[in-house]
Design a protein around this ligand. Sequence first.
Ligand code: PLP
Length: 361
Amino acid sequence: LKFPEPRPAIANPELIRPSWTTTNARDPELLWLDKNENADPVLAGIVADVLASIPRETLYSYPDAAPLYRKLARYLGIAPDNLLLSAGSDGAIRAVFEAFIEPGDVVIHTQPTFAMYAVYSRMYGADARPLAYRPSDTGPVLDCDNVVRAINTLSPKLVCLPNPDSPTGTVFEPDRMRHIVEAAGSAGALMLVDEAYYPFHNGPVLPWIADYPHLVVVRSTGKAWGLAGFRIGYAAASRELAKLLHKVRAMYETNTVAIAVFERMLDRENEMWASVERLNKGKAFFLDRMEAMGFRVLRGAGNFLHVAFGTKANGIHSGLADMVYYRKDFSDACLRGFSRFSATTRELFTPVVERIAKVIR
Ligand SMILES: Cc1ncc(COP(=O)(O)O)c(C=O)c1O
């Protein structure tokens, strides 16, 4: 007996997913600055209190997300039917692919970027056309004109653009972004602007959903809100587009606990902003210290930063091994030689700075 053939896109040997049986558990004794989470202890304490305040019936009941739709819409200044809640912003990105991408459709995404753009392109059989950032003295660069040219020549079904992008930390200024969004519209493409890192970068794009029916903006709660483990994010789009995205949703967008926690955290918005400020200060502190030690740094947007340790890299990597998880290097030419640290508070960065100083002394 044999099972039937899966969809050709799923049979594709290039569609590879990480193992689900080997553990990648991190040591709680170390600092976790490798996945762009929010490791701010003050915010984590607030989230823990909010979690503890959730009533028992939340745990045994099926989700009712309507109150969160209404509250989040008010918070964003849009209507509830402009919104799709999702399992992380990743879930919203997948919904866009699921609703729109058929085998052979051209998808434009940047390179390097959030890994799931390439994965979903394969999963839905898209003809992915990555646009590579080029290296420069100021870090990775992708010209707006290149993006617009690709849109005009490749006839994409979907254009995916994180702003800020990860891992590059690059942003398109509002006028460039509008140019790209309009080029996608003129080419008949759907435009996905990924604002996972909002409000570390406060982009202007979300309200544009009122003007552009082909625009989807996705946002994460895993970064600024410190809720990465809850798996809740959202997409905002025109009513017509949001309605299509709802057609492909699972029975429930996400779980009751995530809905309850995010709903309560919206009342604590000031605490989120205070955490963003602490992380931005910690990031500036760490970058200043690294520059003072003579290392090249990239001051990109997002809750992360890059340092090139140059000839000292091996010594520093071994010196930090028992202290902090971070991304040591990149294979992409535009970030080769740079290590990436997620932003954390000045207090938590201080021992890392001291250790690096000790290693290079
Ligand atoms: C650019 C970008 N988009 C989306 C995501 C997914 O975030 P989440 O699914 O946790 O909301 C990430 C996570 O790192 C990201 O970097």
